[in-house]
Design a binder for this molecule. Structure first.
Ligand SMILES: [Zn+2]
Length: 281
């Protein structure tokens, strides 16, 4: 098609997702994981079935080639949403969920790994920016798992609460990596380490949350996320309600549970993950 044959009318905004809650009779939600609302161990449907979009800024880049060759975008984003909702909202009602209405995956050249943001006009519409340069730099044997892991991490940011912006950034990132860890998508270089504070973020805090899960119940991260829903974060009260003691005491207990090599200060407070520093959330 020549450029002159393109329509001259300005582009129109995409339609909003349907405003009706998804019903179990919706044929597009007929997967077993999406219909088991009455199952006491299921997770709820979001109030709006999120619209998924894919935007490719450079179709010819090697990173884009790898993405399209190894992943089915729609299936992978749906898988990531299912994984996140199961991890954060099992046994909770739909009104506990974030009002996320759409998720757009943007593949583009940029420094770093990935970040998630809300659209300026309406933060219920999320954008996941994923670096094609980073994808291209991952060894081929790891590419598929790494892309899925990064997408699950970023998808957590589309659905988690942050105490009206007052939650520690390290806790937000730790929850994202905890979900990735529980999905079996933690990369091989991750390890348990307590050479920093509890809120160092990423896998360091993710493994701490895994420890809390063992000690304080399998729903502890769901309770943490739920506790960040409506009110501002107040550390002392928050952790006392969650686990009955201060987060520093909990971190001490975690440190005591680790082996020697996992505690020492090898490279204190280094960036624990390669996620883009542009990721504020
Ligand atoms: Zn993150």
């Amino acid at each position: 098609m020549s450029p002159t044959s393109l329509p001259s009318s300005p582009p129109q905004p995409s339609a909003l997702p349907p405003s009706n809650p998804v019903s179990s009779s919706d044929p597009s939600s007929s997967g077993s994981s999406r219909t088991a609302i009455s199952n006491p161990h299921s997770y709820p449907q979001p109030p709006y079935k999120p619209l998924l979009r894919l935007e490719i800024r450079d179709l010819s880049s090697s990173g884009t080639h790898a993405f399209l060759r190894l992943l089915h975008a729609s299936d992978t984003l749906s898988y990531a949403i299912d994984t996140v909702l199961r991890s954060l909202y099992t046994n909770l009602s739909p009104h506990c969920m974030t009002p996320t209405r759409s998720v757009t995956l943007i593949l583009r050249s940029m420094p770093g790994v990935a970040y998630t943001t809300g659209k300026d006009i309406d933060s219920d519409h999320k954008e996941i920016h994923f670096s094609t340069d980073y994808i291209n730099a991952v060894p081929e044997a790891r590419q598929k798992e790494e892309m899925k892991g990064v997408l699950v991490h970023e998808m957590v940011h589309c659905w988690q609460w942050n105490a009206q912006g007052t939650a520690p950034g390290g806790l937000i990132e730790g929850i994202a990596d905890w979900v990735r860890l529980k999905a079996g998508l933690g990369p091989p270089h991750w390890k348990r380490r307590a050479d920093c504070d509890w809120d160092a973020g990423y896998e360091r805090t993710g493994y701490f949350l895994e420890f809390l899960e063992k000690e304080h119940g399998s729903d502890v991260v769901r309770r943490i996320n739920e506790g960040l829903r409506d009110c501002k974060y107040q550390e002392k009260e928050f952790w006392a309600k969650c686990c009955g003691r201060s987060v520093y005491k909990l971190w001490e207990e975690y440190r005591a549970s680790l082996k020697e090599g996992e505690i020492e200060m090898e490279s204190p407070c280094e960036e624990a993950s390669g996620e883009s520093s542009a990721n504020a959330k």
